[in-house]
Design a protein around this ligand. Structure first.
Ligand code: GDP
Length: 360
């Protein structure tokens, strides 16, 4: 990585500081007073460093009472979803962060049940939001919908595993998938590059839609444009995590101490941790908007269409638009939004027709 690149992310390297205090730039002032709600899901085989990464990202211990089961217990266990919420405050800005971990994923011999528990959980959150939204107390809805899903890929394979492909295909129309290569400190730079290329190729070949970082407006400042370009180029983010503070050249850094040296988590020359955090923080609002406008809208209209279909009024709508290159492009997103709008209008029309029929 060039020193320019390092410079671009250096402002976000302040230890002990997550960096969401600039969220007010993205959100309405009211939300700042109320606090910002965000739910992140982490999916991936156990032992890939999910908990360590989440704790390093948010500089907090999200799993103080974690018990790791042994192999015998794992055989009996199914995927158990753990939601931990923390409230972090930085410079007067509150973030209510919920992290949903998926312990047990990929541990079983037959993993079909792993999938369904996670998919059901995501749908349950949409269902709850749909119910709350149609209820009387609409102002105080707690939004537990999954806004982003970090999908952890093993650094030890040669790309995606069949399990990853199968599961990502089930996930992609429900949540924003951000693929990450776990434990990147186990790989050389060349190996990381090779693995990244392979993963992107497999994502494309299998028609998997990952979260598309939105294109910059032409009037955006050059630094921001450069930052977004670098973030796009870094996907899938190769990360490592550590919660230990070590001293390197007189500076306290979060890192992993090996006999041959220290891997600094927040050093952009060592891994993409800072890029991943920058992506998450600077795109929190977009991740929420895509969740609301694409994924939730798909769920909502599918749910309503199913209900109406029962009455014979409306055909069930097709829920997703598949992009040919594996990534939802801006054009696809606009199309999906338009489709959702059209579906909403169809629903309204069907409801009006049903009412008129009843009145007759
Ligand atoms: P989880 O089961 O996916 O939540 O994984 P954990 O966070 O519990 O980590 C499993 C093991 O991997 C622990 O021994 C961690 O210290 C280690 N670990 C976590 N992150 C990294 C990393 O980035 N690189 C390496 N080499 N090891 C890691």
């Amino acid at each position: 990585m060039s020193s320019d690149t390092a410079k671009n992310f250096s402002s976000l390297e302040t230890p002990g500081y997550v960096g969401f205090a600039n969220l007010p730039n993205q959100v309405h002032r009211k939300s700042v007073k109320k606090g910002f709600e965000f739910t992140l899901m982490v999916v991936g085989e156990s032992g890939l460093g999910k908990s360590t990464l989440v704790n390093s990202l948010f500089l907090t211990d999200l799993y103080p009472e974690r018990i790791i089961p042994d192999a015998v217990e794992k055989q009996k266990q199914t995927v158990k979803l753990d939601a931990s919420t923390v409230e972090i405050e930085e410079r007067g800005v509150k973030l209510r962060l919920t992290v949903v971990d998926t312990p047990g994923f990929g541990d079983a011999i037959d993993n079909s049940d792993s999938f369904s528990a996670i998919l059901e959980y995501i749908d349950e959150q949409y269902e709850r939001f749909l119910r709350d939204e149609s209820g009387l107390n609409r102002r105080n809805i707690v939004d537990n919908r999954i806004h982003c899903c970090f999908y952890f890929i093993s650094p030890f394979g040669h790309g995606l595993k069949p399990l990853d492909i199968e599961f990502m295909k089930k996930l992609h129309s429900k949540v924003n998938i951000v693929p990450v290569i776990a434990k990147a400190d186990c790989l050389t730079r060349k190996e990381i590059q090779r693995l990244k290329t392979r993963i992107l190729q497999e994502i494309e070949e299998n028609g998997i839609k990952i979260y598309p970082l939105p294109d910059c407006d032409s009037d955006e400042d050059e630094d921001y444009k450069e930052q977004v370009k670098q973030l796009k180029e870094a996907v899938p983010f190769a990360v490592c995590g550590a919660t230990t503070l070590l001293e390197v050249k007189g500076k306290k850094v979060r890192g992993r101490l090996y006999p041959w040296g220290v891997v600094e988590v927040e050093n952009p020359d060592h891994c993409d941790f800072i890029k991943l955090r920058t992506m998450l923080i600077t795109h929190m609002q977009d991740l929420q908007e895509v969740t609301q406008e694409v994924h939730y809208e798909n769920y909502r209209s599918e749910r309503l269409a199913k209900g109406i279909k029962k009455n014979g009024a409306l055909k069930e709508a097709d829920s997703t638009t598949t992009a040919s290159n594996g990534v939802i492009t801006d054009k696809d997103r606009i199309l999906q939004e338009k489709e959702a709008e059209l579906r909403r209008m169809q629903e309204m029309l069907a409801q009006m027709q049903a009412k008129m029929q009843a009145q007759k």
